[in-house]
Design a protein around this ligand. Structure first.
Ligand code: GLN
Length: 467
């Protein structure tokens, strides 16, 4: 833990951490030492990790990278934080991200951009940019992130680390600052799939404090141990196949994920990765996800709609920043919100309020919900009848430079094309490193592997095979 704190300090220019508190960290580390002294350690005892600053953490400042919550200290732990602490993990600090997890480059943080450790001109991706950068820089071995429309997978891809968004409902959202509740899902980031297994296994499991937490599905119980068990079973199956471990596995490759807009370097790296899976015995099947492009407008209606509702609680009374100068209650609220929220958050609140308003609700929100259902059905058609997993890119290009796309508010939204559909469908998906691109050849590329509901163990076993 001390070594991780030293590294974090040495690499503070990356701006990966928003809050460090060595006293809190070292107190937790001493508890891990005691556990080890008693011989009661588990696989994660003493492991230095760090949390995205949207997970409330007892005694720590939790800001969601917003001025609105700049002085908020949580009186309780999020379930994810509690479970990892219980397993002996030591929290090194709270990680930078886009404000309220709204963004794709960590540039929307009220506390400044985070740099990509591979190339400090580049964004680390977002919204879990600090989570990906802290692992890529070797400060900690694993971090937590949240993925509403790609925010674990995309920064993992752009920082050359591994990350998984599990099936919606398998990890508790209790204590996770809400962005879009029907999409928000926590997931771990680490160097490789095997490390993700350990983290996700502890994070997953039914939680009565989250009303959308899944107890069981198709005879599979959502309990701690589920992910590891499935991972071990899949791995044993692969091993039994000898030199063709993936014999019988059908990989669906959606043509829409390789259409206009993808860069040649990303396309080539992803194609090469798929070829490597084929060399391990898998079969490649060309499939179609015809509504891929519609995921963008559907998501950017539904997510802002839910955000506008979730963020109404920050009114300067119940939570958050309160303006110093105002006349009357209404001005107090409007000034507090105008001062506390950054431009992207304000934009989303306005879009969300608009699409939910009377007369527009049917035309935008309901229509987006219908498309959401169709997108989920397209994935089910593919995963139930044509293939076992789906593979493709995470992003159309490697990381952009910090400051690019400024003034073009939808450029980043369009680049979410390969991650949003999975989120709308609630499916699990993983990003693992598969190459490099960019003018200097130092910007990482990720491979996305999408599975059916509850198939996290299968995805992670495939990742382990590849790595
Ligand atoms: N880039 C997407 C957005 O800005 C996804 C963010 C996320 O997954 N938290 O909404």
């Amino acid at each position: 833990a001390q070594e991780a704190l030293n590294k974090a300090e040495k690499l503070s220019r990356l701006n990966a951490f928003l809050h460090i508190d060595s006293e809190l960290t070292l107190a937790q580390a001493r508890m891990a030492d005691e556990t080890i002294a008693k011989g009661q350690q588990g696989p994660l005892t003493g492991l230095p990790i760090a949390h995205k600053d949207v997970f409330v953490t007892k005694g720590w400042r939790t800001t969601a990278a917003s001025k609105m919550l700049a002085n908020y200290t949580s009186p309780f732990d999020a379930t994810v934080v509690e479970r990892l602490a219980h397993a002996g993990c030591v929290n090194i600090g709270k990680l930078n991200c886009d404000e309220y997890a709204m963004g794709s480059g960590n540039e929307n943080s009220a506390f400044g951009a985070c740099l990509n450790p591979w190339d400090e001109q580049a964004v680390p991706g977002g919204s879990s940019g600090g989570s990906a950068a802290a692992v890529a820089a070797g400060i900690v071995l694993a971090t937590t992130g949240t993925d509403t429309g790609g925010s674990v997978r995309q920064p993992a891809a752009l920082c050359g680390v591994s990350g998984i968004k599990p099936t919606y409902g398998t990890v508790s959202r209790f204590g996770m600052i809400a962005f879009a509740s029907s999409l928000d899902q926590a997931g771990p980031l680490a160097r490789n799939a095997r490390d993700l297994v350990e983290l996700l296994d502890i994070m997953s499991g039914f939680d009565e404090k989250d009303s959308t937490s899944v107890m069981s599905c198709d005879g599979i119980n959502n309990a701690q141990g589920r992910v590891k068990q499935a991972f071990n079973a899949e791995t044993a199956k692969f091993q039994a196949n000898g030199s063709t471990p993936l014999k019988g596995l059908r990989i669906g490759v959606p043509q829409e994920y390789f259409a206009d807009g993808i860069s040649t370097e990303v396309k080539n790296a992803v194609e090469q990765a798929i070829a490597q899976f084929v060399a391990l015995g898998a079969e490649r099947v060309d499939i179609s996800l015809p509504r891929t492009a519609l995921a963008i407008p559907a998501y950017y209606v539904i997510a802002p709609a839910e955000a506008s509702s979730n963020l109404s609680r920050y009114d300067g009374v119940r939570y958050g920043h309160r303006s110093k100068e105002y006349v009357g209650l209404e001005q107090m609220m409007s000034r507090s919100r105008a001062e506390g929220f950054g431009p992207e958050v304000q934009r989303r609140i306005m879009i969300g309020t608009y699409v939910l308003s009377q007369g527009y609700y049917d035309a935008y929100y309901l229509q987006a919900q219908r498309i959401r259902r169709m997108i989920a059905n397209d994935f089910q058609d593919a995963l139930n009848h044509q293939c076992d997993v789906i593979m493709g890119p995470v992003t159309p290009t490697v990381a952009k430079n910090i400051g690019d796309n400024q003034g073009d508010v939808t450029a980043d939204w369009l680049a979410d094309i390969y991650t949003l559909g999975v989120s709308l469908a609630g499916l699990p998906a993983m990003s693992i490193p598969c190459g490099f691109g960019g003018a200097q050849g130092n910007r990482p590329i990720g491979l996305q592997v999408i599975g059916n509901y509850f198939k996290e163990g299968q995805l992670l076993a495939l990742g382990d095979c590849f790595q």
